[in-house]
Design a protein around this ligand. Structure first.
Ligand SMILES: [Zn+2]
Length: 326
């Protein structure tokens, strides 16, 4: 009787575990069995040919002079109401949506086919050992990436927007680590400890100007544009991507707070830190990445280009005196 009970326990346990992750997607850092390489088994779209993120190869950009400045509306006002910060089990997300059209935070122009309202923002990051951006720049991953998800105002619901290739516009921002904290991120970073477990959410004490999270306005003219997808299942290919050239500065300790405070959904008693929640770059295929009018289109920005020349020259100067002469 007793051994029979034990047998059933052993038999059913793996089934329960599988039910918990079955049909669920995850990152390799959680469980390689449901990581990005398996997403297409759950959702065929994830194996499509217009997937995101991609590597942005600055030697292969195509300049598009029609890509002027993006018009940011109500990015410079702290809206009334509440913003909710949540750990959704895959990232930390700040919901920005308001029911009132008059309070919508929107983007338009800059080659976007219409106006798009901000729905939510979230982040992708790495681990103490490595970077975690989704888009890569000339093959390099950056420490973290912010996504601000916008929906075409002509659609009423996300489901409706997902039915159209121009349904969503996502703004992507890279981060670079600085020794001093970026105090504009204090509200979000301070809220992380309240959402350390998956499923937790908290109303922020106050809203704030969204533009304080971005690089200075003068640096928003330089960006890259391509047609892609959501970077998580269902991987809908309905996103007009704008990835900005100028990174956002974030303090080392602030970045560490993302890496060390949040947790993936518990798998039994094991608490697993939320790390490396990025999808690797997907094939660009026949797509092109366009550079805005003001972007630094070809390779390294001025200054760094000269460094590439200077270094071999310095090396040569150092080596020449020691070279054996016949
Ligand atoms: Zn994202």
């Amino acid at each position: 009787m007793g051994t029979q009970g034990l047998g059933i326990t052993f038999l059913t346990l793996p089934l329960v575990v599988r039910a918990a992750t079955g049909g669920q997607w995850c990152y390799d850092s959680q469980d390689p069995k449901c990581g990005p390489s398996h997403w297409k088994e759950l959702k065929a779209t994830c194996g499509g040919d217009k997937q995101s993120p991609v590597n942005i190869d600055r030697r292969r950009l195509q300049r598009d002079s029609a890509l002027g400045d993006i018009l940011f509306e109500r990015y410079d006002q702290a809206p009334p109401g509440k913003w909710r910060l949540a750990n959704d089990g895959h990232t930390v997300m700040l919901s920005l949506a308001s029911e009132l059209a008059s309070e919508h935070i929107t983007i338009s122009s800059g080659g976007l086919p219409g106006r798009y309202r901000a729905l939510q923002l979230h982040f992708h990051w790495g681990s103490p050992a490595g970077n975690g951006s989704e888009h890569t720049l000339d093959g390099h991953q950056l420490p973290m990436e912010l996504h601000i998800v916008h929906m075409n105002v002509k659609y009423q619901t996300l489901a409706e927007a997902k039915g159209h290739p121009n349904g969503l516009a996502v703004l992507g921002f890279f981060f670079q680590v600085s020794e001093t904290p970026n105090t504009n991120y204090n509200t979000i970073v301070g809220g992380l400890r309240n959402v350390s477990s998956a499923g937790q959410s908290v109303d922020l004490a106050s809203t704030f100007r969204l533009d304080t999270l971005l690089p200075p306005p003068s640096r928003l003219s330089g960006y890259y544009r391509y047609q892609g997808s959501l970077t998580t299942p269902d991987c809908s290919e309905v996103v007009i991507w704008t990835v900005f050239e100028e990174p956002v500065a974030i303090g080392r300790e602030q970045l560490r707070a993302f890496v060390s405070t949040l947790h993936f959904p518990a798998d039994g008693p094991r608490l697993l830190k939320m790390t490396n929640n990025f999808r690797p770059p997907q094939p660009l295929g026949g797509r092109k990445v366009f550079a805005s009018r003001a972007a630094t289109a070809s390779g390294a920005p001025p200054g760094r280009g000269r460094c590439h020349l200077l270094f071999p020259l310095l090396l040569l100067a150092l080596l020449v005196p020691f070279s054996p002469h016949p």
